[in-house]
Design a protein around this ligand. Sequence first.
Ligand code: NAP
Length: 255
Amino acid sequence: MNEHTTHQRIALVTGANKGIGRATAEQLAALGMTVLVGARDPRHGEDTAAAVRAAGGDAYVVALDVTDPTTVQAAARRVEERFGHLDVLVNNAGISGAGPSAPLDVRDQVPSVADLDIVRAVFETNVFGVIAVTNAMLPLLRRSPAPRIVNLSSDAASLTLTGDPDGPFAGLPPVAAYTPSKTALNALTVQYANELRKDGVLVNAAAPGFCATDINHHTGHRTAAQGAAVVVRLATLGADGPTGGFFSEDGPVPW
Ligand SMILES: NC(=O)c1ccc[n+]([C@@H]2O[C@H](COP(=O)([O-])OP(=O)(O)OC[C@H]3O[C@@H](n4cnc5c(N)ncnc54)[C@H](OP(=O)(O)O)[C@@H]3O)[C@@H](O)[C@H]2O)c1
């Protein structure tokens, strides 16, 4: 056997204790990858790891709060010590910021100080957390023969779609936190892709579609497993695959 066939493929999925992250972990494990289930409460990650193992896969829980640099660094150390490298990073962890005091409708109110706290919290998780985790894991990803990074974006991150008065999001109230945070994540995806192209690290943003999960109180019309499919496709791209792109399962999404 050559080195390629014996290579143990390791995938880290942040926020993998439920929803699309859990479905992604299960699907990557079904492809033969060892899955590291990132969970800010490791007890909650055990369900996902147990489900993967019950299906014959390989999974370990990694305590990881993307907004907590201590857990981010500890997670990177743990991956380094146990596996020495990382093949796939899925930046899935995300929050909506929706709630009673979220600036969901900026037509009727100027965001208050409390509202801006929510905007900051959402950017802390959805954007700054991605930078922290990606930078911590990059040295490990660079040791992979086929490193892939997938960032969980949203169709609503598309300025083309949201800026179209007759587009699919025309009826939705403006939001100051979630949607702009995902647009920033798209911009970040392109920056990382440009920086890492020479190293063979393919970095793409995924739009999973509107999936029934806790983030939207299960109002989505797709399943988490359906949403995870495009994430898994981008996590397993061949060497000739795209980088710096934005994709749903139907193909490229306009920026
Ligand atoms: N569902 C959709 O329709 C949809 C559409 C477009 C994009 N997305 C994106 O897909 C991703 C997954 O969302 P989902 O729908 O599966 O929602 P979900 O069921 O609410 O899952 C969100 C996950 O993120 C984790 N998380 C939140 N803050 C974290 C932090 N600071 N550190 C680590 N983990 C954290 C949550 O952990 P806890 O359980 O500890 O809270 C949970 O595991 C998100 O980035 C979301 O924006 C979802």
